[in-house]
Design a protein around this ligand. Structure first.
Ligand SMILES: Cc1cc2nc3c(=O)[nH]c(=O)nc-3n(C[C@H](O)[C@H](O)[C@H](O)COP(=O)(O)OP(=O)(O)OC[C@H]3O[C@@H](n4cnc5c(N)ncnc54)[C@H](O)[C@@H]3O)c2cc1C
Ligand code: SF4
Ligand code: SF4
Length: 365
């Protein structure tokens, strides 16, 4: 979905341009950030989360204060939408990254209503969604905790439906998709599909593939199907917009924490966030991380507009799901070989060693 101006109705007041987080990104100046490695102490929560479950720990505190939490959730139709919840149990729907653009719906309006009533609000999303919220609110609120996720891009919901259509023909009625499933550990996160919510509880998947072979993850990581605004994103800097930024950290440097169950690298940008983090200590393991080492969030945008982008989206609208996926994410011999070797490394328990060696080589360069 893209905004389009009806020139016949527009009075050129400029309000939409001022509110657009893509056209006028905010700079959070004067921050003295701090970084921490965080793990939720509850292992089940950590298992269901993308990284270390830091988001749930923050959100639980908001709910304990009588507040509401906004975030990206997957609907029964397997589309991704922002919603809000007010119980700790319901927070489960926000856990795990959904690698599809989330529809924001009426959430800014809902959040403003609660903030003006004095209720605590935690709003999570991509940095541009957080900045969109600020622009909608127009002023600071002491009772708002904004959490942005480190984000390289968001891919197209239309293409995701194509991928699902293709998979459903082979597997049946997929009802649950987990983009970063940890059945094979955090270091070999896999895309997993389930035919019912009970199957997910019992880890009985109908499909499981890693980023080396799953068509969706390959398309997403290639940047070919990302939203155009992600290709000129100005949020990937050290001047972040949220109170907290959350990202992955694969090697923490603390052997006790590197248990292959996941850790979140939490950037704490504001004084409000520093005080808030102190209040969640009983729920988390937390170790300071040198801010100069945390390169992830200041990474410069490396995505370019792919030369055949227009054709790809024309094809997504016109081709059958099978033909589209075969054209843009073919299951070649090379892909199959990568899949087999990665699976074998995992089976033989060698993937940690290989990743560690790669990490050492990259950091020596
Ligand atoms: C599209 C996307 C790309 C990402 N890319 C990177 C990356 O390149 N490098 C990196 O270090 N980390 C990246 N992350 C962040 C990382 O995957 C984890 O979300 C983060 O480490 C928090 O993990 P957690 O275990 O603390 O919380 P989790 O419980 O996993 O928290 C999930 C949080 O992500 C939000 N979220 C999930 N899907 C979406 C979505 N589609 N749109 C907006 N918000 C969403 C939820 O609202 C919730 O706040 C990305 C996240 C997303 C959503
Ligand atoms: S907000 Fe103003 S400038 Fe934007 S479309 Fe509406 S009338 Fe036109
Ligand atoms: S890459 Fe930038 S523009 Fe794209 S979703 Fe993330 S913050 Fe927004």
């Amino acid at each position: 979905m893209h905004p389009e101006i009806d020139k016949n109705l527009c009075v050129e007041c400029g309000a939409c341009e001022k509110a657009c987080p893509g056209l006028a990104p905010a700079k959070a100046e004067g921050n003295t950030p701090r970084a921490s490695i965080v793990q939720h102490k509850n292992d089940q929560i950590r298992y269901e989360s993308t990284s270390g479950g830091a988001f749930t720990a923050i959100a639980e505190e908001i709910i304990n204060r009588g507040g509401v939490v906004f975030g990206a959730s997957m609907t029964d139709e397997l589309t991704v939408k922002h919603i809000f919840v007010d119980t700790v149990e319901e927070l489960a729907c926000f856990r795990n990254s959904k690698y599809v653009q989330s529809e924001i719906g009426n959430c800014y309006k809902e959040a403003k209503e609660r903030l003006t009533q004095g209720q605590w609000v935690c709003f999570s999303g991509t940095p541009c969604q957080i900045n969109g919220l600020y622009k909608y609110l127009g002023k600071d609120y002491d009772n708002l905790i904004a959490v942005d996720v480190v984000c390289k891009s968001v891919p197209s919901p239309l293409v995701f439906q194509k991928y699902l259509e293709c998979k459903k023909q082979k597997e049946g009625n997929i009802t649950d998709v987990v983009f970063r499933d940890k059945k094979r550990g955090f270091l070999y996160c896999t895309m997993a599909h389930y035919l019912s919510h009970e199957d997910r509880q019992n880890a009985k998947d109908s499909y499981r593939r890693g980023s080396e072979s799953d068509e969706w993850l390959r398309l997403f990581l290639s940047g070919k199907i990302s939203r155009r605004s992600c290709m000129s994103c100005s949020y990937q800097t050290l001047d972040r917009v949220g109170d907290f930024s959350l990202g992955d950290i694969w090697e923490t440097g603390h052997p006790g924490l590197d248990d292959n169950k996941g850790s979140t690298l939490v950037h704490v940008w504001t004084e409000k966030a520093k005080t808030f983090l102190d209040s969640i200590y009983p729920k988390i393991r937390c170790v300071e991380y040198p801010i100069e080492k945390s390169r992830g969030v200041e990474r410069k945008n490396t995505l370019n507009v792919p030369p055949n982008r227009n054709l790809l989206f024309e094809d997504a609208n016109n081709m059958t799901a099978d033909a589209f996926i075969a054209k843009y994410a073919p299951n070649t011999m090379k892909v199959r070989m990568k899949n087999t070797s990665r699976y074998l490394l995992w089976k033989l328990g060698l993937q940690n060693l290989v990743r560690h060696v790669k990490h050492l080589i990259i950091h020596r360069k």
